[in-house]
Design a protein around this ligand. Structure first.
Ligand SMILES: [Zn+2]
Length: 277
């Protein structure tokens, strides 16, 4: 599932491609009938919060996209005077800049769990239901801390709960807990405020790297031995996510895979010991 950095990166790119002019919006697959409401409108900008992407249009309308587990965007850059490629497969929404003198961007959205036109007031509702987003410079981490310190749920589950923190998924959750030596099964109420602040600050930095590069990089240089990661040579090297059965990069014990609240969890029981307050 895409994590928050992916949505913030898309918001940045889509603002670059489309902001400041009218766009053509269509639904080649036919499942986004509301596209006619925004087709031809002026595209103001795009924003993201957590795992939600918004295309903001003139007149107080926004297209709200949630990629879910399988959604993604394809991007095409079409030379001046040429037609965009015909949509292939199940394209829920195509957005294209109005033709000008230069090349024109098109983006094709496939497989989202949500793609809908909403009013700006509803954008505020979506934001209000989410916890603070480490990629939002105005976010208040104290809101997340207030929920964590009152909770008996494991910190590993709380970090993934979008009402507690917005944008953190399975990879950042696993990696940040490893980086801070915290047992994912420790109750939120037994995490210290200092530990939480360190986790937050680290997420801000790690996720900003994700926005810049489009990939999740969590490994410190001193632990990077240049090995090929399990999912292929083109994947970033990391500490624990999908490294179950492999040696821990720090202690050499085995990385463990467990289930926590119905999601896979990767961690090192040696480096992340139970440590009651
Ligand atoms: Zn270890």
């Amino acid at each position: 599932m895409p994590e928050g950095h992916t949505l913030h990166r898309l918001a940045r790119l889509h603002s670059e491609y489309f902001a400041g002019g009218p766009v053509r919006v269509s639904s080649p697959q036919g499942r986004f009938a509301d596209h006619v409401v925004v087709d031809g409108r002026h595209f103001d900008h795009a924003t993201a919060v957590g795992k939600h992407l918004f295309h903001h249009y003139e007149g107080g309308l926004a297209v709200h996209v949630h990629l879910g587990l399988y959604g993604f965007f394809d991007t095409h850059l079409v030379p001046p005077g040429e037609e965009p490629p015909a949509p292939v497969g199940q394209v829920r929404m195509r957005v294209g800049a109005a033709a000008g003198d230069g090349p024109v961007y098109y983006v094709d959205l496939r497989g989202p769990t949500r793609c809908e036109v909403i009013a700006e007031a509803e954008v505020v509702d979506v934001r209000d239901r989410l916890g603070p987003d480490p990629l939002d410079p105005d976010a208040d981490p104290g809101r997340a801390w207030a929920r964590i310190t009152r909770s008996a749920r494991p910190i590993g589950a709380l970090l993934m709960d979008q009402k507690v923190l917005a944008g953190v998924g399975n990879v950042y959750r696993a990696e940040v807990l490893f980086r801070h030596g915290i047992d994912p099964f420790r109750a939120g109420s037994r995490v210290t405020e200092g530990e939480f602040r360190a986790i937050w600050d680290d997420l801000v930095q790690l996720m900003e790297v994700g926005v810049e590069t489009g990939a999740i990089h969590t490994i410190r240089p001193e632990h990077d031995h240049g090995d090929v990661p399990r999912r292929g040579a083109d994947r970033p090297r990391n500490y624990v996510y999908q490294r179950d059965g492999w040696q821990c990069r720090v202690c050499r014990d085995e990385i463990v895979l467990q289930t926590l609240e119905a999601r896979t969890l990767f961690w090192c029981p040696t480096c992340q010991p139970e440590r009651p307050r």
